[in-house]
Design a protein around this ligand. Structure first.
Ligand SMILES: NC(=O)c1ccc[n+]([C@@H]2O[C@H](COP(=O)([O-])OP(=O)(O)OC[C@H]3O[C@@H](n4cnc5c(N)ncnc54)[C@H](OP(=O)(O)O)[C@@H]3O)[C@@H](O)[C@H]2O)c1
Length: 327
């Protein structure tokens, strides 16, 4: 079978290749065998491949944080899954044609779910949802501000917030994104810049925004903090600028702003399998009712993985890049 292999830490388009690997074989007791249908390529995959993530892989090794597929075979004693079920892999080596693992390494998905959309559920949808839920007790009509608002997480956050009755201020770095994000349900869309706080206040009628969500770090998180009401919380979950978080002490000392970090992988380590299954069952229902939908710019078979890596690294995309290992 074909699988992706990391050959060295370095530029993703140069160090990830498609290789032949032995078939994983029949599932043992308590195990299932899954045919992978779709995998997203996330910024975290690229950061890990290039040696810039919290954990550093040791090449040669398998890759791929997200993947969805169908159960091809089950081992003795497996009662929670059956052949043909759609599943999301909870493991982190999904860029391959087939995976064998414990039945508890896979969350069952509804039969009607689109496996490409579900391949973007594990990381980004859960991240958007948990950041909205875990830090500030938002009431109907409350405002949230986020940057990188056209990213996968950002679009999920706009859609989830709207479904809950929360209003969003969305910061982007390209003016052409204003109308498309408004069409998705964004209440306010602004282009980042030095006078961000005054433009946000003018657009929201001076609303008290108690939650800010930042994926950029650098000076952008400081501009976001200035938009948040006194006593509010800013959640940093990314470092797209490659810079450290820069927030003026004024925001902490005089305005009592709280800056916290969010990392889904760590949070999930503290969750039991039933809790994880429940989380994703709830989020999968948001795919089915149309709340969640993320644009896909391109799909690639595994044999073209260097091209897929280069494409996923491009700025100014109009959607995610996916792998379809069995195409
Ligand atoms: N902490 C966690 O647990 C967690 C979980 C999920 C995701 N994340 C992080 O969330 C972020 C978004 O992930 P995603 O999959 O949603 O991204 P994505 O769909 O691939 O979109 C990438 C986004 O990054 C923006 N961007 C790229 N370079 C930038 C820069 N130098 N300055 C400002 N913006 C920049 C792009 O803007 P343009 O379109 O203008 O190029 C686009 O909005 C990533 O940093 C990822 O690592 C963290």
């Amino acid at each position: 079978m074909k699988t992706a292999e990391l050959t060295a830490i370095g530029p993703a388009e140069q160090v990830v290749r498609c290789v032949d690997a032995p078939d994983p074989g029949a599932p043992g007791p308590g195990e299932v065998l899954v045919d992978i249908v779709a995998c997203s390529i996330n910024p975290a995959d690229i950061l890990m491949i290039e040696g810039n993530y919290a954990t550093r892989p040791t090449p040669p090794c398998a890759l791929g944080i997200e993947g969805t597929g169908t159960v091809a075979a089950i081992g003795a004693g497996v009662t929670t899954l059956k052949v043909g079920d759609k599943v999301m892999s909870l493991g982190r080596t999904n860029w391959t044609q087939r995976i064998r693992g414990s039945a508890e390494a896979f969350a069952r998905l509804p039969e009607q779910v689109d496996l490409e959309q579900a391949a973007m559920l594990k990381v980004n949808v859960a991240t958007a949802w948990l950041m909205l839920k875990n830090y500030v007790d938002l009431k109907a009509g409350d405002w949230v501000i986020q940057d990188s608002a056209n990213s996968g997480v950002g679009v999920d956050l706009i859609r989830l917030a709207r479904a809950e009755g929360w209003r969003t201020v969305n910061v982007v770095r390209r003016a052409e994104l204003v109308e498309p994000l408004q069409a998705l349900g964004a209440d306010v869309v602004v282009v980042d810049g030095p006078d961000l706080a005054s433009r946000v206040a003018a657009s929201t009628g001076g609303a008290a925004i108690r939650l800010g969500i930042d994926a950029v770090a650098g000076a952008a998180v400081g501009r976001l903090a200035a938009c948040v009401a006194e006593g509010g919380t800013v959640v940093n979950y990314g470092m797209l600028s490659g810079e450290p978080c820069q927030v003026d002490a004024f925001q902490f000392v005089f305005r009592d702003i709280r800056l916290v970090g969010f990392w889904l992988a760590k949070l999930m380590r503290g969750m039991s399998f039933p809790e994880i299954q429940d989380l994703y069952a709830g989020l999968a229902s948001r795919l089915l009712d149309g709340t969640i939908h993320v644009g896909v710019e391109a799909t690639y078979p595994l044999v073209r993985i260097p091209e897929a890596m280069a494409h996923a690294k491009r700025e100014g995309r109009n959607g995610k890049v996916l792998l379809r290992p069995n195409d």
